[in-house]
Design a protein around this ligand. Structure first.
Ligand SMILES: [Mn+2]
Length: 233
């Protein structure tokens, strides 16, 4: 029976943590603070040094240089005095991982689908324009693991102010697709493992995991999350 040990983390913001070995390393985005060229290069060096056989990366709203479409606008806002080459950086990153931007990869029979996009918030990178209901229709059927930067509504989405800021249409779609695991970050203070409510059998429930390594003050506070992905019996 196929089994993959998956190690997940998110929101490292240019800090580098020790990660235990496994088959698949997943980063759910915000590996930089401001998406500067050097920050991406440092992340690539760290990624290359990890021993995992497979590496999957989804960017976050802070990793602005990787949002190629929006970068002409974001450059003026964040990198006004720099002259980076986003295409080259994107290429370099793709050479050392599976970079998922509304796309999937199948590894040893398991399908992983990932997206950096989140609801609009202060005009950062990778923001959903218009209806998120329509946007999430593109999540692929048969995904075993869904990776997003932001949380779905109700699971791992509560801010320190008590507000739930997750995406309700993302939650709805994930529950329709029924992956085994949905990992994300984005809301640092909501780190944790959340079981789907209303499931009638333990092994049929979706596990929602916010794996933000940093707390809301950007201090490293949490451990990567380890999950054993198995084929259905
Ligand atoms: Mn973050």
């Amino acid at each position: 029976m196929n089994e993959l040990k998956i190690v997940c983390l998110s929101d490292t913001h240019s800090k580098f943590v020790d990660v235990q070995n496994g088959d698949v390393l997943i980063h759910c985005g915000d590996f930089t603070n401001w998406g500067h060229e050097q920050e991406i290069k440092d992340f690539i060096s760290w990624l290359k040094a990890q021993p995992h056989k497979y590496k999957i990366v989804v960017p976050g709203n802070h990793d602005v240089i990787l949002d190629i479409e929006k970068y002409p606008f974001l450059k003026k806002k964040f990198h006004r005095y720099s002259n980076y080459n986003p295409d080259q950086l994107l290429q370099d990153l793709k050479e050392c991982c599976h970079l998922l931007i509304n796309s999937s990869v199948t590894i040893e029979g398991f399908k992983f689908w990932g997206s950096p996009y989140t609801l609009e918030y202060c005009d950062w990178a990778f923001q959903i324009q218009g209806s998120s209901q329509q946007f999430w229709e593109q999540i692929e059927e048969g995904s075993d693991v869904i990776i997003t930067h932001g949380p779905p509504f109700y699971y791992g989405d509560k801010t320190n102010y008590g507000l739930r800021v997750g995406d309700r249409y993302l939650a709805e779609k994930v529950k329709k697709i029924r992956p085994k695991l949905h990992v994300f970050g984005g809301i640092h203070e909501a780190y944790g493992v959340y079981e789907e409510e209303g499931g009638y059998r333990d092994d049929n429930c979706i596990k929602f995991v916010n794996c933000s390594i940093m707390d809301h003050q950007f201090k490293i506070q949490n451990k990567p999350y380890v999950y054993h992905l198995k084929q259905d019996q």
